[in-house]
Design a protein. Structure first.
Ligand SMILES: NC(=O)c1ccc[n+]([C@@H]2O[C@H](COP(=O)([O-])OP(=O)(O)OC[C@H]3O[C@@H](n4cnc5c(N)ncnc54)[C@H](OP(=O)(O)O)[C@@H]3O)[C@@H](O)[C@H]2O)c1
Length: 404
């Protein structure tokens, strides 16, 4: 009730102020009375709409979360750092606060563009921002990228943000000309696409995070009071998803088509975050020698959803841009929850965050909260990676090499 009253009061005030301002600026001498009234009404409507937009975007954001602490000496690795995306916005926020950032991108052009834009933020020329090429379709590319990051960030990783991912839009890019004359092309295309989604959004990051686990543990040992963070960028799409245990590369099309493969991959991210949390703590305990680990030493893992964010992810339907502007968050606003996962000291690790709040995770059969199923998914993934299951369904692209 209080919220509704506050909304109506603020919306009314915003509308009245805009209308009054227009009425004063455009004097009746400048415009004949009917046009003056029309301009005043239009301005009042614009004020009202603008307030509703701000309310939609910000209502769930807890603005009390505004940790701007100095991150000098800390290192962040963010996957999928293309300009205008959530990864870039995250890198930008951490960079502005003093962290060294390493982003992963798929092409040199995107890497150079992101680094130029990042460095443009500071007047001092520095080497705190760099990029590494990585295509999550290719296991070799993921392992090479992890190796390059281990050497670039040999002193440790404080924030690892697993953000890179694809949506349903990719279906057209994945078109295979060989399927052109095939009567079952559509079904095959969907199958190929679902395998790509599972590989890029889930298997690739799984391999990458596993490759970097020893370095995260070392960082935690070296700096026991700074708990390194690992953040999986999941999505609200996990809520109506489940894991297709028989063959996650080809989730049951009859249930929800392509949406189910994206939702499954985002549910996989969440379950991965929680199992990774368990395993990294086990490793810390083992490494401590006495089997207990230091109470202070920790690596904290989170899965987050950024809300609906206007990034490169969103189809380029220009006619819908006014609606997008109205409904969607900016990448920097979407990245606030990632910043919270990186910096909030009150979080324990293992939480699911949405709109800067800790939320209950969901999923069709409750598997996002079921420890046995996190472990089952980890073991199934380890088996698939060992048996190179992904290579049966996915063509490995020629991965671009970075010029030195
Ligand atoms: N936008 C939303 O409303 C929304 C909502 C919920 C969750 N998310 C999640 O947020 C994350 C970031 O998405 P975004 O909205 O910022 O979209 P985006 O701007 O398209 O960013 C996605 C990033 O992932 C990279 N990527 C795609 N395929 C890749 C591959 N095969 N190998 C390596 N990198 C690859 C992209 O690189 P290229 O530029 O080369 O394609 C880009 O850097 C995704 O995981 C998405 O599921 C987004």
């Amino acid at each position: 009730m209080g919220t509704m009253f506050s909304f109506l009061a603020k919306a009314g005030a915003s509308s009245a102020l805009s209308g009054l301002a227009a009425s004063h600026i455009l004097s009746p001498e400048m415009l004949p009375p009917p046009l003056h009234t029309l301009a005043t009404v239009l301005a009042a409507m614009t004020g009202l709409l603008y307030y509703i937009k701000v309310w939609i975007h910000e209502y769930y954001i807890d603005w009390s979360y505004n940790d701007n602490s100095d991150l000098t000496g800390r290192t962040a690795v963010v996957t999928g750092g293309t300009v205008n995306g959530l990864g870039f916005a995250t890198a930008e926020i951490l960079y502005e606060q003093g962290a060294k950032v390493i982003i992963t991108v798929r092409t040199k052009e995107k890497g150079e563009a992101a680094i130029t834009k990042l460095k443009g933020q500071t007047s001092i020329g520095d080497d705190r921002a760099s990029y590494v090429l990585c295509d999550f379709v290719s296991e070799a590319s993921v392992r090479n990228c992890a190796a390059e990051i281990r050497s670039k960030a040999s002193s440790g990783i404080d924030f690892l943000v697993l953000n890179a991912g694809i949506s349903g839009r990719y279906v057209s890019k994945a078109g295979d000309t060989m399927l052109k004359n095939d009567p079952h092309a559509e079904a095959k295309m969907k199958n190929k696409f679902t395998a790509l989604v599972w590989m890029i959004n889930y298997i690739g990051p799984w391999i990458f995070a596993k490759e970097l686990m020893p370095l995260l543990v070392k960082t935690a040992q070296r700096k026991p009071s700074d708990h390194p963070r690992v953040v999986w960028v999941s999505s609200g799409a996990h809520k109506r998803a489940s894991i297709h245990w028989e063959d996650p590369f080809h989730p049951d099309q009859a249930r929800a088509g392509l949406v189910s493969s994206y939702g499954q991959s985002k549910l996989g991210n969440l379950m991965h975050a929680r199992e990774y949390q368990k395993r990294v703590r086990e490793l810390l305990r083992e490494e401590s020698g006495d089997g207990k680990g230091s109470e202070k030493m920790d690596v904290k893992c989170f899965a987050i959803t950024p809300g609906l964010v206007w990034t490169n992810f969103i189809p380029k339907f220009r006619l819908l841009y006014p609606l997008f502007w109205f409904l969607m968050r900016s990448p920097r606003m979407g990245a606030q929850v990632i910043k919270m996962a990186c910096l909030d000291n009150d979080l324990k690790g293992g939480e699911y965050l949405s709109n800067c709040y800790v939320k209950e995770s969901e999923g069709i059969d409750g598997c996002s909260k079921d420890e046995e199923q996190w472990q089952r998914l980890w073991e199934l993934t380890a088996k698939h990676v060992e048996e190179k299951e992904h290579e049966k369904y996915i063509e490995i692209p020629n991965v671009e090499k970075k010029a030195n």
